[in-house]
Design a protein around this ligand. Structure first.
Ligand code: ADE
Length: 278
């Protein structure tokens, strides 16, 4: 798989790509991440990539010309001729569609992902209209540019490539795992099969040695050695964390009758605790 990142700060990615899974995937040749400096596609002495916005207003706008020239130098096919199931061009901006784990899975199936990092107030919209397949945002906040967002996107995709993680199930059963996993991780009697099958829930908490740290022991269930007890404890913790941190996810999650019962108790517990505080 190949990424092409178009940016005015190509050096930004050097350290990000030099660690852990991202580094290993490049060393093994699974992934190539080419960085292209948009200033290399300017034709004036000052290597100008930006200009004032038509109609007035704050800040500067990235010009279309260097970006079009960079695309041509990369041999990218025109938008209409692109096989967008194998190759996609992404513009990163705060106005984009939200990035998600399912988008990461979709991108991990491609041969080539081209990422255009915005800066300043934005990019001349003709770039979006004529070159980009999608506009993507990593969250509801405004960054000073698309570079950090690009690093996040590349990381989330590369770790999904076959063999990138030591244990492929780590990616399949984690929080926000692929949507099809929810079904797979249930047994026919509707009990979550995998001990860590999250089915659209947030993952349960983890502990490692020592069993007691600064007077705080690990939860008893994890010491039981009983897989059924551990499985049920983890499911309950997943439900509890999701209810507390991301209740919106519960609406789409695959839940068993047991889960619904647990949630009713947890909600009552939360109400009880709130009433006590008042
Ligand atoms: N550029 C500025 N803010 C951004 C965001 N939230 N996501 C992607 N690119 C951005």
């Amino acid at each position: 798989m190949r990424f092409d990142i178009l940016t005015i700060f190509p050096g930004f990615f050097d350290s990000v790509l030099d660690y852990g899974i991202l580094k290993r995937a490049q060393v093994t040749g699974q992934v190539q991440v080419a960085r292209h400096d948009l200033r290399d596609f300017t034709h004036d002495r000052h290597r100008t990539v930006d200009d004032r916005p038509f109609g007035g207003g704050e800040g500067m706008v990235l010009k279309a010309e260097p970006i079009f020239d960079a695309f041509e130098s990369l041999g990218l096919s025109a938008k209409e001729q692109r096989d967008t199931s194998r190759e996609t061009v992404i513009m990163l901006s705060a106005q984009g569609r939200p990035f998600s784990q399912s988008m990461a899975h979709e991108l991990a199936g491609m041969d080539r992902v081209v990422i255009l990092c915005g800066r300043y107030e934005g990019i001349d919209e003709r770039v979006n209209e004529m070159l980009c397949d999608r506009e993507v945002s990593i969250g509801d906040y405004v960054l000073s540019g698309g570079e950090l967002a690009a690093a996040i996107l590349v990381d989330a995709v590369v770790r999904l490539l076959p063999g990138a993680l030591g244990n492929p199930d780590s990616a399949r059963f984690e929080s926000f795992g692929a949507e099809d996993v929810a079904e797979e991780s249930m047994t026919t009697d509707g009990v979550p099969r995998a001990t860590h099958g999250s089915g659209g829930l947030l993952e349960y908490p983890h502990y490692t040695r020592p069993a007691e740290f600064r007077g705080v022991p690990i939860p008893e269930a994890l010491m039981s050695g009983n897989h059924e007890v551990i499985k049920r404890w983890r499911r309950r913790m997943s439900l509890e964390k999701t209810l507390r941190n991301r209740p919106d996810l519960l609406e789409k999650a695959t839940l068993t009758d047991d889960d619904e019962r647990t949630l009713r108790k947890l909600r009552a517990g939360i109400r009880g605790a709130m009433e006590q505080e008042m």
